[in-house]
Design a protein around this ligand. Structure first.
Ligand code: RP5
Length: 163
């Protein structure tokens, strides 16, 4: 099974990456996690992206805030799919990172999830692997069914409570 490669620009992004890791643990999909910055450790970030495919990675998730260039830097150095997670910074509520991540030039796409959406980034990465991996596809379908059952349970509870 291919791995998911997860990179974040700073350890201050860790709470968002924990959401991704929790989903991948639940689905039993292998992953590796690193702190590489497009600005502070550009050589290491580049090397990770360049070698990712040879290292058994199928999708890269990159989380960064402020002038968030990490996902774009990943995408510039690999043809693997890259999913960007914009992270909230001290000002602008994550809008700065959202635009920095999503506004990629033609030819170098980054699939950008919502600000702070570490869980959805992991699910999207799993869905990409599931195009050719029937085991992951079955796990995703089971998770959708379990999640739907939880919503229907809440629906029942709200009816009981308010009617
Ligand atoms: C980005 O700058 C990181 O991804 C982080 O979201 C933001 C702030 O980094 P720290 O100053 O908290 O290390 O590179």
């Amino acid at each position: 099974m291919k791995k998911i490669g997860i990179v974040m620009g700073s350890d201050s992004d860790l709470p968002i990456i924990e959401k991704s890791v929790n989903v991948l643990k639940e689905l039993k999909i292998p992953y590796e996690v690193h702190i590489y910055s497009a600005h502070r450790t550009p050589e290491e970030a580049r090397d990770f992206a360049v070698n990712a495919r040879a290292n058994g990675i199928g999708v890269i998730i990159a989380a960064a805030g402020m002038a968030a260039h990490l996902a774009g830097a990943m995408a510039a150095n690999t043809t693997l799919p890259v999913i960007g997670i914009p992270c909230k910074g001290p000002v602008f509520d994550g809008m700065d990172a959202l635009l920095s991540t999503v506004q990629m030039p033609t030819g170098i796409p980054v699939a950008t999830v919502a600000v702070g959406a570490g869980g959805n980034a992991a699910l999207l990465a799993a869905q990409i692997l599931a195009v050719t991996d029937t085991e992951i596809e079955a796990k995703l379908r089971a998770k959708r069914e379990a999640d739907a059952a939880k919503v229907l349970e809440k629906d029942k509870n709200v009816m009981d409570k308010l009617s």
